[in-house]
Design a binder for this molecule. Structure first.
Ligand code: URA
Ligand code: SF4
Length: 204
């Protein structure tokens, strides 16, 4: 189970985006509406990685355009980062969900085999964009680019040496802020902004 055989010969972002639309590298394509590939500045020095598209993204075909995207947009604004200036993507490119009795599509976390199956796309994006810093948002992204034993709660905001000339940082996923109890939500948001600001500061 892997996306590897679907990768095109030409590995520029336009070719990758087109090829990913036809990926059958794991089972997740079957129930989802479409592949949601990364987007943004193809020469970005900063790359942000989320988990997987959600319900909204699955319909719209663009990453972070639903509720988590709203939090991310506000945090980027507060950190002085232009969304159009980064490469924004996900560890897994298809929406994984189950359907409730009331017909609601409920997000399911991708498992390790699915993350590994989709990793060739993420690696190809990193190779094409060649960012100076990769920020993994949440455990799924961190485990994809750093390793399965990495704990975001213990090491968020720390600058790590990546391979291939880029550095790595992990922070929380913006949706974790939506799940934080209201009394603590603003503080959680501020910590997320602080991590993004620290990430941006390494690029100056
Ligand atoms: N959550 C993610 O991790 N990615 C998206 O694109 C949307 C929600
Ligand atoms: Fe391919 Fe990734 Fe979609 Fe699986 S989730 S079908 S590996 S693009």
């Amino acid at each position: 189970m892997s996306a590897e055989e679907y990768l095109p010969q030409q590995r520029d972002l336009a070719e990758l985006t087109a090829a990913a639309a036809a990926c059958r590298g794991c089972r997740l394509w079957a129930d989802a509406t479409r592949t949601v590939f990364g987007e943004g500045d193809p020469h970005a020095s900063l790359m942000l990685i989320g988990e997987q598209p959600g319900d909204t993204e699955d319909h719209r075909g663009r990453p972070f355009t639903g509720p988590a995207g709203g939090v991310l947009d506000r945090a980027l604004l507060a950190a002085g980062i232009e969304r159009e200036a980064v490469w924004l993507t996900n560890a897994v490119k298809h929406f994984k969900f189950t359907v409730d009795e009331d017909g609601r599509r409920r997000h399911r976390k991708p498992d390790r085999p699915e993350i590994l199956a989709c990793l060739p796309w993420l690696r190809a994006e990193i190779a094409a964009v060649r960012p100076a810093l990769v920020v993994a948002m949440g455990a799924t992204a961190a485990q994809a680019v750093i390793g399965p034993s990495f704990r975001v709660t213990r090491r968020r905001g720390q600058l790590l040496d990546g391979r291939d000339g880029y550095r790595l940082m992990a922070t929380v996923h913006p949706s974790s802020i939506l799940r934080t109890p209201p009394a603590d939500r603003e503080a959680a948001f501020d910590l997320f902004v602080a991590d993004l600001s620290a990430a941006a500061a390494t690029l100056r």
